[in-house]
Design a protein. Sequence first.
Length: 140
Amino acid sequence: MRYKTFGDHYIVSIEKGEEIVATLQGFCTEQGIRLGVISGIGAVNRFKIGLFETVLRHYHAREISGDHEITALNGTVSTKEDITYIHLHINVSDKEFHTFGGHLNYAFVSAACEVVIQKIHGEVDREFNQEIGLNLLKFN
């Protein structure tokens, strides 16, 4: 991973073979980014996406392999119990231009991944919401 900083914006290049979610979590922790917005593009060859079925409170996940372009990578940086919490959604396209999208569990870069992180000065924590069944933003 390589990066350059411009005020509260970080331009991050995640390199071939690196895992996106873990790389961004480590980067945000090291840089002291406790609240922010993430946006990116790139290419991956193995990833796991999911969807939370709200009525049954069940999480469905699927691992997909093969070359895919990231057409959209979006998310937030927050904290949960004082630990950096990265929440990402992804949309990818295969060679037939079929798209897949959902909550990103992990993804391995196959060529390159370019990410912009905008740091927001402040902090918003997350906590598990019993009614919904997810870690939601907590506003004091």
